[in-house]
Write a protein that binds this ligand. Structure first.
Ligand code: MRU
Length: 352
């Protein structure tokens, strides 16, 4: 399976996803500023993948800090934290990674600066390795919802390119195939930057999964014809009441699924669940530049000069449209998500 990111020989090696599928080019990030640039410019994208990139960026940035003690070291790191946190606002995974790292540093504040630097490299690699295991667990819990012969619709890219490997939305598909089920995948092209066409179609073809590419506005017609059995998407931030932020267009897919009585699932690692936010309307939604809409990759102009553009990168799907949220701990009704915060929760009673 393709690796979107890797820590190697003291550098962060990032697959430049903005060039896919035409060119497979890796970028050597030798400092945290390049990592931050890569996140902003979508060389790396997808919530879990940018969480991993942030952790690796912090480890990289830490190596260049000349500090004699914990206090000075933390002061130096603040600049790195804020550079990474300011890259993309919607995916909670960057914040999640920064908080996890701050906690680790606090727990080890008595250690020397050189030991702390080493711990950060280890932690970034641990976050990466754990993400792959989390994806596989999502796959095991999610495969039950896919039947032999099903056609699964997905939106954007929540595959191995968007994660440490294996993917979140793609994981139940992979496990279903491992279980011997014959399935088909339909990938929405996902305007404006075409993560479905360029990335999902590409990586599923590489993995030998039968995939058909459609324009975003085709999904409803195919549902009406009975050609889609279920939808599975990823998330950038899912909140306490089960509302889900994901790539723009996800909400429309969910509403269409409801109209056609098609189950709509969200694959959400716990690292993408923000229990500090109560409802989806409080999730910050990234708005990107107009050129993504007016031009195809800066090259071909498809709209008049100076046209007013609204380019929201994400939307929020209300919990009521979601059949289940599939996490590494099991699949749950959106309304039960908040119960996962309780220490004494009995997961067996909540799982679907
Ligand atoms: O703008 P992107 O490409 O970062 O958006 C990605 C998505 O919307 C994914 O569905 C989401 O991050 C989940 S990835 C497992």
């Amino acid at each position: 399976m393709v690796k979107a990111i890797e820590w190697k020989d003291g550098k962060v090696i990032m697959l430049d996803q903005s060039r896919l599928p035409v060119e497979v080019k890796f970028i050597d990030c030798t400092n945290y500023q390049i990592v931050a640039e890569g996140i902003k410019k979508l060389w790396i994208r997808g919530a879990p993948a940018i969480g991993i990139a942030a952790a690796m960026g912090i480890a990289l940035g830490a190596q260049d800090i000349t500090a004699k003690n914990y206090r000075e070291f933390m002061k130096g790191l603040e600049t790195v934290f804020s550079a990474l946190l300011s890259t993309r606002p919607t995916a909670v995974n960057i914040k999640w990674a920064v908080e996890r790292i701050k906690k680790l540093l606090k727990e080890n504040k008595e250690e020397s600066v050189s030991k702390l630097k080493m711990l950060l490299i280890e932690e970034a690699q641990k976050i990466h390795a754990e993400d792959i295991e989390v994806n596989k667990a999502i796959g095991r819990w999610g495969a039950q919802f896919i039947k032999d012969g099903d056609t699964v619709l997905t939106h954007c890219n929540a595959g191995s390119l968007a994660t440490g490997g294996y993917g979140t939305a793609t994981a139940p598909m992979f496990v279903a195939i491992e279980q011997g089920k014959k399935i088909q995948v339909i990938a929405d092209e996902t305007r404006p930057v075409l993560q479905g066409a360029r990335l999902t179609a590409w990586e599923l073809m590489q993995a030998g999964v039968p995939v058909t590419l459609i324009t975003d506005n085709s999904a409803g017609a195919l549902m009406k014809k009975g050609e889609i059995n279920l939808a599975i998407v990823g998330t950038d931030r899912t909140v306490r009441n089960g509302d889900v932020a994901n790539k723009i267009g996800t909400y429309s897919v969910a509403v269409l699924c409801r109209e056609h009585k098609i189950p709509f699932y969200v694959a959400a690692p716990l690292s993408s669940i923000d229990f500090t936010i109560s409802t989806g309307d409080k999730i910050p939604i990234e708005e990107r530049g107009p050129e993504e809409v007016t031009h195809i990759f800066g090259a071909c102009q498809i709209a008049p000069d100076g046209v007013k553009v609204r380019n929201m990168a994400f939307d929020v799907t209300p919990a009521k449209y979601i059949t289940a949220i599939i996490t590494e701990k099991g699949a749950f009704r959106p309304r039960d998500l908040k119960k996962l915060m309780k220490k004494d929760v009995n997961l067996d009673e909540l799982r679907l």
